[in-house]
Design a protein around this ligand. Structure first.
Ligand SMILES: [Zn+2]
Length: 462
């Protein structure tokens, strides 16, 4: 009798175990298919660390073929010699300890040859051939990255340059940066935020660059003819919202050109919070970005509960947050007639002479059918508005400045300087986002930095 009870209990336990086991398998299958690349890429994966000694690891190159991290003829792993260039591309290339999320971590499966089929790996094993990884060619141009870092002029911040037709990231820098040849400070647990890639992970208030979204909402909701009068400030629910100037009678184009707060605060009332939230969502705010090539933070646009918060949100203050990469994707989308491309960082994978991966552009959103009016407004910003410092002779530049106020405590107010823009020319499909932390005016500081970087990109033939 006792035996039977025991047997029953054991079989009940067995059923429980089988159910749990099946559940675990299903969960693992789901998790690996959904997050596999990221799990694999994690720096804490000890297999990668162990493999470093047994595999001929592939090189990391920029799009021109310049070696950024490679094995020299003596078999030693080296970074590009030029220190300024090395530091400029450090966040994208990463470090060998995996403390930063660069190519060394993200593309480990190619660099270590783990993308090769099981049969190739068994053949290699049987023939005794040393396992070789593939070379990884990135979309960035290291010389352009160096100019971008230089353009920040020592400010903390970030610059991203994209090809708006393909989504290829031509430059991405984050300041302060680090030198991957000396990671001792970070390995000892020191350092500040040098390892954070602000371009992909830094969440900033978009400030007036968000007015592009509010403008898009006006156009998409048939309110592009909304007009008001700016007398230097407006009062919404008893709270005063000040403007940068006294713009008089003003319509949408002029409001973008001069970045009129009064216009957009009052336009937000006319639109209602739902319409602006819907437009922000269409441009991929509040979206989980799950890309193969890149790990980036999600941007935030919260619906405000009252008119005054809604007005602040419409001019990019309130709780709005965006990464420089997403800001670049948005202007790239406007420049590309309303088609938003997935940002890409992996250009080619080369296994000896064979190209085993080739970048394919992917559309990720089509928030607008027609962006001509927005483009025109942005061109007038650079022609005669707040962004004239971004003018480049010989090409038409469109843009939007932002001076995003931040409270640093103790009643101290300062501002991040933004410039987002593009070159309106199919032969040079370039979009850019520049943010300089606590640098003040976007028009005075970020716009000239953007000009410098775009001019260099043109010089390099992009
Ligand atoms: Zn105004």
């Amino acid at each position: 009798m006792k035996k039977n009870v025991l047997r029953r209990n054991i079989s009940a336990l067995l059923v429980v175990f089988i159910v749990m086991f099946v559940g675990l398998i299903v969960y693992l299958g789901y998790a690996v298919s959904t997050y596999g690349e990221r799990w694999f890429a994690t720096v804490y994966n000890p297999r990668i660390q162990n493999m470093k000694t047994t595999i001929d690891v592939g090189d990391i190159l920029d799009r021109t073929g310049l070696k950024l991290y490679y094995t020299d003829k003596d078999g030693e792993r080296k970074y590009v010699d030029d220190e300024d260039m090395r530091v400029s591309v450090a966040h994208v290339v990463g470090d060998e300890y995996g403390l930063s999320y660069g190519a060394q971590t993200m593309y480990a499966k190619y660099l270590y040859g783990l993308d090769k089929g099981t049969i190739t790996r068994i053949e290699d094993l049987l023939s005794g051939a040393e396992r070789t990884g593939s070379d990884v060619k990135l979309t960035i141009d290291a010389a352009l990255c160096q100019t971008a870092m230089d353009a920040l002029g020592g400010s903390d911040g970030a610059v991203v340059v994209m090809n708006y037709e393909t989504g290829e990231i031509l430059a991405s820098v984050s300041s302060p940066s680090f030198d991957p040849t000396d990671m001792s400070l970070f390995l000892d647990g020191g350092g500040d935020s040098e390892l954070v890639n602000r371009a992909f992970s830094g969440l900033y208030p978009p400030g007036s660059t968000f007015k592009l979204i509010t403008a898009a909402a006006l156009i998409e909701n048939g309110l592009e003819d909304f007009e008001t009068t700016c007398s230097g400030s407006t009062v919404i629910n008893g709270e005063t919202i000040a403007c940068t100037g006294e713009h008089g009678d003003i319509g949408l184009k002029s409001a973008i050109e001069h970045s009129c707060n009064v216009y957009f605060a009052e336009a937000a009332e006319a639109l209602g919070t739902h319409a602006i939230k819907a437009e922000a969502d269409a441009f991929l705010f509040n979206t989980a970005f799950l890309f193969d090539d890149i790990i980036m933070e999600d941007s935030v646009y919260e619906s405000a509960n009252n008119d005054v918060d809604a007005a602040w949100a419409a001019i990019g203050q309130y709780h709005d947050l965006i990464t420089p990469l997403h800001a670049c994707m948005i202007v790239a989308c406007i420049a590309n007639d309303g088609v938003m491309m997935e940002p890409k960082l992996l250009h080619r994978v080369l296994d000896g002479g064979d190209e085993t991966y080739t970048l394919e552009p992917d559309v990720i959103a089509t928030p607008m059918d027609d962006t001509d009016a927005l483009k025109e407004m942005m061109i007038s910003v650079v022609e005669s508005g707040t962004g004239t410092a971004a003018q480049i002779s010989g090409v038409t530049v469109g843009g939007k400045t932002g001076t995003a106020e931040i409270d640093t405590g103790d009643d101290n107010e300062t501002a991040h300087a933004w410039f987002v823009g593009f070159i309106d020319d199919a032969a040079h499909p370039l979009a850019i986002a520049v943010i300089m932390e606590e640098a003040g005016s976007g028009g005075k500081n970020a716009a000239p930095a953007a000009k410098k970087v775009l001019a260099k990109a043109l010089d390099l033939g992009y």
